[in-house]
Design a protein around this ligand. Structure first.
Ligand SMILES: C[S@@+](CC[C@H](N)C(=O)[O-])C[C@H]1O[C@@H](n2cnc3c(N)ncnc32)[C@H](O)[C@@H]1O
Length: 206
């Protein structure tokens, strides 16, 4: 068990953002072109100061998920909402191939290109073939269930992690994530430091 150190930041407006994140996860019509453009613009602005002013600097929750979340599949890991690539090195250690996907070009430009090819794309409309991905990882990212279930192979895993756990601005609890995805999944979850994670495994038989 990884205990939470003192000084956990509590972001302003988190409850409202969680409501929006839940709406986007449960109602495909909530993600409009206008909202996509607003979100992209926001993160383009935040990009220069992301690593120094917004990132928590904590990586323990993801290390815990990768170590204790069960066997990881072979194949491509898709990191959605990868931002400046704070977590990409951990994923590059754990998986053979990682693709980093983000909506905001300026976030993506800061990410480590030598560890993972960077793809500017909307996670709601991925330019990837159905069933081509072994693992999807979201760290403090928006959940777009239809695209995840389309690109994720049967037997694949989804890692859902929030650096500030239930206090995080995009946190959804595991039953909500599974309900939004639909279909049959098994899950293991834990809290780790300030954060929380769940590794969801897609059932081989529907
Ligand atoms: C809260 S930040 C987290 C970034 C990174 N995962 C981290 O933990 O440092 C959310 C990221 O998701 C990206 N994002 C938001 N909506 C997205 C979408 N529809 N498709 C892809 N990326 C998106 C943002 O541009 C931003 O970089």
């Amino acid at each position: 068990m990884i205990t939470a150190p003192p000084g956990k930041p509590m972001p302003e407006g988190a409850a409202e953002l969680r409501r929006l994140a839940r709406q986007i996860a449960t109602d495909p019509s909530a993600w409009t072109p206008e909202l996509a453009s607003l979100v992209a613009g926001l993160f383009e602005q935040l990009a220069p100061a992301w690593d120094t002013e917004h990132a928590t600097g904590r990586l323990d929750f993801l290390a815990d998920a990768l170590a204790r979340g069960g066997p990881l599949p072979c194949g491509i890991c898709l990191e959605l909402g990868s931002g400046t690539g704070q977590h990409t090195p951990h994923l590059a250690d754990a998986f053979d191939h990682v693709i980093a996907v983000d909506l905001a070009r300026k976030m993506l430009r800061r990410a480590p290109a030598h560890l993972a090819p960077r793809l500017q794309a909307d996670a709601a409309r991925l330019p990837l073939a159905a069933g081509s991905i072994a693992a999807v990882v979201l760290v403090d990212a928006l959940l777009f269930p239809a695209e995840i279930t389309r690109v994720l192979a049967v037997g694949g895993v989804l890692i859902w992690a929030n650096q500030l756990g239930a206090d995080g601005p995009l946190f959804l609890d595991t039953p909500t994530v599974i309900g939004a995805l639909g279909g049959a999944w098994s899950a293991v979850q834990a809290e780790a430091g300030w954060g929380s994670w769940a590794v969801l495994r897609r059932a081989r038989t529907p």
